[in-house]
Design a protein around this ligand. Structure first.
Ligand SMILES: NC(=O)c1ccc[n+]([C@@H]2O[C@H](COP(=O)([O-])OP(=O)(O)OC[C@H]3O[C@@H](n4cnc5c(N)ncnc54)[C@H](O)[C@@H]3O)[C@@H](O)[C@H]2O)c1
Ligand SMILES: O=C(O)C(=O)C[C@]1(C(=O)O)C=C[C@@H](O)C=C1
Length: 313
């Protein structure tokens, strides 16, 4: 099932429903509008403040307090809420969905989203979960960026019996947003993302928390003299608490598995430092530098990420 997908001409969606208009929902709305990918964008959010802000920003064509009203007559529905709220959304939209509609999501965890949503969705719709691997530490409708997904991966985890034309349609949508699409199983996704995204966030939250605890001992010097490396961790550790609580609670098994490996490797480094095994440290740091340079060569990273708003906000 694995494979990268090429761009094709895209016939616009008649009605796109976005449930949850935060960073990712707003980025989809802006990206779709910029590229003419949907004739009507219906937006729902359970937060009256975020819904009103989305309307002020003109992110859609209609605004709905209830997700069930937004999905009426929609041919593509994308659920963009924290993964822990996916089941609630599926329950709410189930009866309003049009037969033949494609229902997808953007959650950072896939197995749990499938378990939460699938039981509520009617058999007459095509449920194809997704995850754009692109984001920032900001949240809410103001954080949306029309080019957030350009040259970024979007992973789809279609069921084995997926309707091929529905899958192609969703691939076409993400490709038209500028993303590169790859398909895999939900289980594999959750293991890969545990090491590439979830555990790195946990490490950032932990190191910033430890530094903050040391603050009392060192009387402000930790924060005052924090150099570039630590500042990079503080960016990641500023990410949305609700979203990340839900990620860890919904990808427990894979995160615990990866954390076990990580802890063993950290202890090995501790031993190498204690016993003065400089070769071991040097070899590892040489290997990891090559990995970073490989990522840059692949064009997946720039030295200084700038999401089109002139750097830091
Ligand atoms: N932030 C990232 O970098 C990133 C990247 C890729 C995927 N994701 C995934 O995208 C999803 C959304 O993340 P985000 O960063 O856009 O979050 P966000 O906090 O910016 O937006 C979430 C929105 O969902 C709304 N919401 C919550 N529960 C709801 C419900 N039951 N019904 C309707 N609306 C509801 C909130 O009011 C909010 O407006 C998450 O599942 C996250 O895992 C995030
Ligand atoms: O750049 C960032 O701020 C991110 O953390 C984005 C990031 C990631 O870990 O790469 C975070 C979570 C998402 O599920 C996808 C992308």
């Amino acid at each position: 099932m694995n494979g990268t997908v090429e761009t094709k001409d895209f016939q616009p969606i008649e009605r796109l429903a976005i449930i949850g208009i935060g960073l990712i929902g707003a980025s989809i709305a802006l990206g779709a509008r910029k590229r003419g990918l949907a004739r009507h964008i219906a937006i729902a959010d359970r937060s009256p403040t975020n819904l009103a802000r989305a309307e002020e920003l003109g992110l859609g064509d209609s605004y709905h307090a209830g997700a069930d009203a937004a999905v009426k007559d929609a041919d593509l529905v994308i659920c963009c809420v924290p993964v822990g709220a996916s089941g609630d959304v599926a329950r709410e939209i189930a009866r309003g969905l049009m037969p033949g509609a494609i229902v997808s999501d953007v959650g950072s965890v896939k197995g749990s989203v499938v378990a939460q949503m699938a039981p509520h969705l009617p058999k007459s719709v095509h449920f194809i979960p997704g995850h754009p691997v692109a984001g920032t530490e900001f949240s809410g409708p103001d954080a949306g960026l029309p080019d957030l997904f350009v040259k970024r991966w979007c992973i789809l985890t279609p069921p084995d019996d997926v309707d091929e034309s529905a899958k192609e349609r969703l691939i076409g949508f993400w490709t038209a947003l500028g993303a590169m699409v790859e398909c895999m199983s939900a289980e594999h996704h959750d293991l890969v993302l545990a090491i590439t995204s979830h555990v790195p966030h946990l490490i950032a939250y932990n190191i910033v928390g430890t530094a903050d605890d040391l603050e009392a001992v060192t009387e402000s010097e930790v924060m005052k003299f924090s150099a570039g490396g630590f500042r990079d961790f503080t960016r990641i550790a500023a990410s949305d608490p609700t979203m990340w609580r839900d990620v860890f609670l919904n990808n427990r098994e894979a995160v615990i598995e990866v954390l076990g490996r990580f802890t063993e490797d950290l202890i090995a480094l501790q031993r190498a430092i204690r016993w003065g095994e400089g070769d071991k440290l040097f070899d590892l740091f040489t290997r990891t530098r090559a990995i970073r340079r490989g990522i840059i060569d692949l064009g997946q990273e720039t030295e200084a990420p700038d999401f089109g708003r002139g750097g830091e906000r």
